[in-house]
Design a protein around this ligand. Structure first.
Ligand code: NDP
Length: 505
């Protein structure tokens, strides 16, 4: 592994001054909540700090919203719905979404830098995020036009099925893809004719606030309301609010289950995306070199903080040595360091808390008899000591029922298993509570098809990873969630179905 001190552009002083300079340039002026088209402080007057995970420095103090602020936001959203948004035509909403997409593209470099500062992902990764953020708004601008109504006529009657928006929806998003996750929620919600009360994660509120500065004159007041704050204080009141008609959540399984319980009280519809522990299956015919590239990308992209990360590798014994040797080289060859430096491959995790969580799993893996083929700790590098860094890690030798294998680590940690018997391997590959994604690496189309069908998960990659298209539904089996995002299917999650029957006798 290359580390910061190998390179003068990644010395501690250079990193610090680069980050301070970037923060002065891109941190938004407004760090209050955006409610009813106005920037508003929390009713309590309180704020919280959002930190740069590379340097540990405070980037900004942000309004610490609570139940009273959520009430204001929900009220503003209903007012906007009743007075304006419910009456907009599809082409009017389409124009708004297209303009948002254009402005995200215009400001892509600035937004990417802000995302890198607040989240720690590399600038290259953040640029990709801005591309997919714009793409979501553009896709749903188009999807509005797909008429999903039906008609039926019979003897003496005519029947019609129409789709109506819920009105006000609550959206709670995580910190791993802050603006992209916001776009996955906002674009279909607005396209379907809803108004939103949306809460970014406490670790990464800045890019969504900046987006509202950029598009505030395009989106009618109250259509999008951003409530910042902590989950228990600002998220919980959204999920329990009796005037919020639908909840969409992405995050941990524990909180997802709580959101579902809360929604039960008001019989509110929920969609949940709750992470994964996705298997990568390598068959005996795979080219080891190509396999290594795909696997390294599957686990190390975004510092492993991807719900769909390929985090359990099942490699056929015939190619295992070659693949593992290649992976070891890939992990050790990665440049870990300042995510604003274009040469960096792996940035920090989002927070100190997330590093501790990863380290606890690694400690537990050591106790469970794991052999570390690479990494296993923070990088040994003074320049990175104030940041939230974890070295790319490969672990072999754990029992499949060990907690580090069964639970989502959400870091750059890959667990390796060798296999010879296909049925036994698939049984293990499916032996987790999660079922978000999976993948298969082979040059044999029959093997690819069989394994893709055998893995119990909502999204399967063959000889690639992380690539998504807005037209392909994304979501999980088992405890990875309920419902789908992306694709026109998502419009169904943001609309209610009404049948109208006309008697003609
Ligand atoms: P959380 O589930 O706590 O956070 C996700 C979002 O939910 C955040 O906006 C958070 O707010 C909010 N939230 C937290 N508690 C509540 C609540 N009681 N009611 C309503 N909203 C709430 O995840 P963590 O950030 O704690 O991460 C823990 C683990 O979850 C990770 O290590 C990872 O395994 C998994 N995760 C999965 C993600 C995915 O993409 N599926 C994304 C993020 C995490 P706030 O941050 O302000 O507290």
């Amino acid at each position: 592994m290359s580390s910061a001190s190998d390179d003068v552009s990644q010395s501690k002083e250079t990193i610090l001054s680069r980050h301070r300079e970037a923060a002065a340039e891109v941190v938004p002026d407004h760090t209050q909540m955006y409610i009813g088209g106005e920037w508003q402080a929390a009713a309590s007057g309180e704020t919280f700090d959002t930190l740069d995970p590379t340097t540990g420095e405070v980037l900004a103090s942000v309004a610490r919203g609570g139940a009273e602020d959520v009430d204001r936001a929900v009220e503003a959203a209903w007012e906007a719905f009743d007075e304006e948004w419910a009456d907009t035509t599809e082409s009017e909403r389409q124009a708004v979404l297209l303009e948002i997409a254009d402005r995200v593209e215009e400001h892509a470099e600035e937004l990417a830098k802000l995302e890198t500062l607040d989240n720690g992902k590399t600038l290259m990764e953040a640029r990709i995020d801005m591309g997919s953020t714009a793409e979501q708004f553009r896709y749903f601008a188009g999807a509005i036009e797909i008429d999903r109504g039906q008609t039926e006529s019979g003897d003496g009657y005519h029947g019609q099925v129409i789709k109506e928006p819920y009105g006000v929806v609550g959206q709670i998003i995580p910190w791993n893809f802050p603006l992209t996750m916001a776009s996955w929620k906002l674009a279909p919600a607005l396209a379907a004719g809803n108004c939103s009360v949306i809460k970014p994660a406490e670790q990464t509120p800045l890019s969504l606030l900046r987006l509202m500065e950029i598009v505030g004159d395009v989106v009618p007041d109250g259509v999008v309301n951003v409530v910042t704050g902590y989950g228990e204080e600002a998220g919980e009141p959204i999920s329990t609010h009796e005037d919020v008609r639908k909840i969409a959540f992405t995050g941990s399984t524990t909180v997802g289950k709580q959101i579902m319980r809360n929604a039960a009280d008001t019989v509110t519809d929920v969609t949940l995306e709750l992470g994964g522990k996705s298997p990568i299956v390598v068959h005996e015919d795979a080219d080891p070199h190509e396999a290594v590239e795909t696997i390294a990308f599957a686990i190390f992209a975004n510092t492993g903080e991807c719900c769909e990360a390929g985090s359990r590798l099942f490699v056929h014994e015939d190619v295992a040595d070659a693949v593992l040797e290649g992976l070891q080289g890939a992990a050790e060859g990665m440049t870990v360091g300042d995510p604003l430096d274009e040469e960096t491959d792996l940035g920090p995790k989002v927070s100190r808390e997330q590093v501790e969580r990863t380290m606890e799993y690694l400690e537990s893996a050591k106790e469970g008899g794991a052999e570390f083929l690479a990494g296993g700790d923070a990088p040994d590098d003074e320049a990175l000591e104030d940041g939230c860094f974890v070295a790319p890690t490969l672990v072999e030798g754990l029992d499949h029922d060990h907690e580090a294998v069964q639970e989502e680590i959400f870091g750059p940690v890959l667990e390796v298993f060798r296999w010879e018997d296909y049925d036994e391997m698939i049984e293990l590959a499916n032996d987790v509570d999660y079922g978000l994604a999976g993948g298969v690496i082979t040059n044999d189309i029959e093997k690819a098809d069989r394994t893709a069908r055998d893995i119990e998960a909502g999204y399967i990659w063959v000889n690639t990873w992380h690539e998504m298209s807005p037209g392909l539904p994304y979501g999980g089996y088992k405890q990875s969630g309920i419902g789908r995002e992306m694709s026109v299917d998502t419009l169904d999650h943001y609309t209610q179905t009404k049948s109208i029957k006309y008697g003609l006798d």
